[in-house]
Ligand binder design. Structure first.
Ligand code: APR
Length: 315
């Protein structure tokens, strides 16, 4: 098969629009279904004029949600609110947690075979929420639900390439763990090509990769968080899922998934993707002493984030 229905939930947003554009120019996407609570007809009309094969349809508002997701092969979810002045982190959590819960419920009902990629933050918690909701609906398959962490790899590749004067396309840095702050663990000891840095530079680079989202938030000065680079990473991730579904061999992409490679019940590692989603979790591999320390710091934070998600879904 090489024709797929891809649905974007939250398609009118800062991430959703450029992500939808990148999906519209992906030849594997023959049906592009755009869902949001606002502006979807306009975004769909605009994208539909692009001279590529994918048919675009816009679905506006909750009464059209089920149609938007029905029988999708892949669902990518960037729906949510970025933090605004006066909002606490808990406000953001509760709003986005509720949005992901409702979208996962709808997916369980009309697209039980879909591969679901969640971008909505906090990813460390929203992925467990979606998994719990799918479990409650009797439709859970741990091989099919993913938190999109590709942006951490994209950033690590770019920063290390810049630091060494290399072409970023030639650089590959595994990044494992979660998708915020200290839970992000770049494995610079396993860089391709092999690179080395003095200890202080290694620490500074690690921190820059972990805090890269904040770098963008600060630069945007109140106008939101990363949207264009996140859309690029989301499209890269969706393309990997589609290549796997299509039956290509050796498709490897990281994601935050149900996992038993550490004590944390959810963890991001490189995954071999195939016709059913995850074919094989490629695991942690060998870590340097420094990376072991990063892992140790990440686990309690991840567990806290996961518990928050699970508690929300059970309430
Ligand atoms: N269903 C579908 N879409 C929704 C819903 C919902 N219940 N609630 C909000 N949306 C839509 C908004 O209408 C908007 O079009 O989600 C989109 C979000 O876009 P932005 O506000 O521009 O936010 P963005 O920067 O794209 O970030 C979205 O991704 O990285 C994360 O932390 C970020 O959680 C945030 C999300």
């Amino acid at each position: 098969q090489n024709n797929f229905k891809v649905a974007v939930a939250g398609a009118s947003g800062g991430i959703g629009q450029p992500l939808s554009l990148l999906l519209k120019i992906n030849p594997l996407v023959t049906e592009l279904s755009l869902y949001d609570i606002v502006h979807t007809p306009g975004v769909a009309a605009d994208l539909s004029h692009i001279e590529t094969v994918g048919k675009v349809k816009g679905y506006n508002g909750p009464e059209n949600l089920l149609e938007a997701l029905r029988n999708a092969d892949v669902i990518i979810i960037p729906a949510g609110v970025p933090r605004k002045p006066g909002m606490t982190r808990d406000d953001l959590f509760n709003t986005n947690a509720g949005i992901v819960r409702d979208l996962a419920k709808a997916a369980a009902e009309v697209a039980p075979k879909a591969l679901i990629g969640i971008i909505t933050n906090p990813v460390n918690s929203t992925v467990p929420i979606a998994c719990e909701v799918l479990k409650q609906a009797g439709k859970f398959d741990p091989k099919r639900v993913f938190g999109v962490t590709s942006l951490d790899i994209v950033r690590a590749n770019t920063f290390i390439a810049d630091g060494k004067g290399l072409n970023p396309k030639d650089v590959s840095i595994p990044v494992i763990g979660g998708h915020s702050g200290v839970t992000i663990i770049p494995l610079i000891s396993r860089a391709t090509p092999s690179v080395s840095f003095p200890e202080d530079q290694l620490k500074a680079l690690t921190t820059r990769i972990q805090e890269a989202g904040t770098e963008v938030v600060k630069a945007k000065a109140g106008a939101g968080s990363a949207t264009l680079s996140m859309a690029y990473a989301g499209a890269r991730f969706a393309n990997s899922l589609l290549r796997g579904l299509k039956g290509e061999s050796n498709v490897i992409e990281p994601a935050y998934v149900v996992s038993d490679v550490t004590e944390s019940e959810y963890f991001s590692t490189p995954l071999l993707l195939g016709k059913n989603g995850i074919e094989k979790n490629l695991g942690l591999g060998k870590l340097s002493d420094y990376e072991q320390q990063l892992l140790k710091a990440a686990i309690p934070e991840l567990k806290k984030n996961i518990k928050a998600g699970v508690d929300f879904a059970k309430k």
